[in-house]
Design a protein around this ligand. Structure first.
Ligand code: KG4
Ligand code: ZN
Length: 420
């Protein structure tokens, strides 16, 4: 009897990841090999190096995921792989390997959009806590939705549409997600017209001489600054500027069509980095950290006390960092809740690397409580890139027999959902 086991493979950016997930609801293993040490000295991801590192890591990472799950290829029901958006060369390593495995073992191959994966990271957590612990999933047949699987499809409140904010180093997208005919349906509501929010964190961290990725550093230092010290503001996006048939300027902007979106739900994070730089110059602030800061995340030792933070930067720089973070999160909150209200979404899902941010979680949760709307975040491990979310997103596809064609290729600017 089939166990509903899917091997997920994710190589869209700088993490080589593999995971085994049972019936989209139980993570048996999730292995992530980070390349941060390789890219850190360049202050960002170098595509050629990413492909090379994926090639090195893919076989041992998949092997480790199977071993940790206590399964072999013979136990699997399908292989799921990220087909886009992401770096072309990096995506191709995962796709080629997944195809070879699927062909060799005669298994169906399921292509998953990376952004859909991030949304399913939250749904996977929800299903894991909702699934009855003592149920024996191997007793249920595959093929068609069994009655007791239906609650797993949409989580606890499956009739209600959810507004999902995917906020990471490559994306800042708002989707209306709803279960439809056993799978999920996505409608693009808003997105960044230039940089992603995580990109702004990384760029500001870089200009302050901090390590890559910058988000965790800014998160840690912001606790010791005054968030109201510098009043950064975001101008209302004007439709005309961005709808003039101009090509999208950045990678993030290319991943989804821009037309017909409400400008109230559009983001722009390229200006705030320049505003931070200008503030540093204008006020003669010390931008470089006083002490040597390790650029390797494995050595990431964030300051725990005000004294430790002040050993790195003077108070006005800490105030600037806190104000920057406060402003970015304030903008994310304003537009996300406005969209949820406009669309009548019953709950909000916030996912992607930036969803790991402490202030973001606190303020989104407080705002949700104030408005009596439900809010969900993935666990910290599932917030950043991983393959469990890819295997989880593939489960409804396996039930619907929605398989990838043999000629599946990488689509670096693959869009999720149409804007309507
Ligand atoms: O989802 P992810 O691992 O990869 C992409 O798909 O981009 O997100 C990585 C991004 C980076 O920009 C990183 O700086 C940011 O997430 N990030 C954070 C935090 N942890 C990671 N940003 C703010 N606060 C954090 N705690
Ligand atoms: Zn991601």
């Amino acid at each position: 009897m089939s166990r509903g086991l899917i091997l997920g493979i994710e190589t869209s950016c700088d993490e080589t990841a593999a995971a085994v997930v049972e019936r989209g609801a139980r993570t048996l293993s999730s292995v992530v090999a980070s390349q941060i040490a390789t890219h850190a000295r360049y202050g960002g991801v170098v595509p050629e190096l990413a492909s090379r590192e994926h090639l090195r890591a893919i076989v041992p990472v998949v092997g480790a995921a199977l071993a940790e799950a206590g399964v072999t290829l013979a136990d699997l029901d399908a292989i799921a792989v990220t087909s886009g958006p992401g770096l072309a060369g990096a995506l191709l390593v995962g796709i080629t390997y997944a195809k070879a495995l699927a062909y060799a073992r005669n298994l169906p191959l399921i292509a998953v959009n990376h952004l859909e994966g991030h949304i399913h990271a939250v749904l996977l957590n929800e299903r894991e806590s909702a699934a009855p612990r003592d149920a024996d999933p191997s007793a249920r047949p595959l093929g068609g939705l069994a009655q007791d699987d239906r609650h797993l499809e949409g989580g606890i409140r499956d009739a209600e549409p959810s507004l999902a904010l995917v906020v990471s180093g490559g994306h800042t997208h708002l989707y209306l997600a709803r279960p439809a005919d056993g799978t999920w349906n996505y409608r693009l509501i808003g997105r960044t017209v230039d940089d992603a929010a995580g990109e702004a964190f990384d760029k500001v961290a870089k200009l302050l001489g901090l390590g890559y990725p910058g988000g965790p550093w800014i998160d840690a230092l912001a606790r010791f600054g005054n968030p109201s010290a510098v009043p950064f503001s975001f101008a209302q996006i004007k439709t005309k500027v961005h709808l003039g048939g101009k090509p999208a300027r950045t990678k993030a902007a290319k991943t989804a069509p821009i037309a017909r979106l409400d400008p109230h739900f559009m983001f722009s994070f390229s200006g705030i980095k320049t505003a931070v730089l200008r503030y540093v110059e204008l006020h003669g602030l010390r931008a470089e950290a006083r002490a040597r800061v390790s650029r390797v995340l494995a050595d990431f030792r964030p300051p725990q006390t005000r004294e430790e933070a002040l050993a790195l930067y003077p108070q006005p720089t800490l105030d600037l960092i806190a104000s920057f973070q406060h402003a970015v999160i304030g903008d994310l909150i304003k537009k996300t809740f406005a969209a949820a209200e406009r669309l009548g979404a019953g709950r909000i899902l916030v996912t992607g690397g930036v969803a790991a941010n402490r202030e973001l979680r606190e303020r989104f949760s407080a705002e949700a409580a104030r408005r009596s709307i439900s809010i969900k975040f993935p666990t910290l491990a599932l917030s950043t890139d991983n393959a469990a979310m890819i295997a989880a997103a593939a489960w409804p596809r396996l039930l619907a027999r929605d398989f990838a064609p043999p000629e599946l290729s990488a689509d670096p600017s693959l869009a999720l959902g149409a804007a309507r």
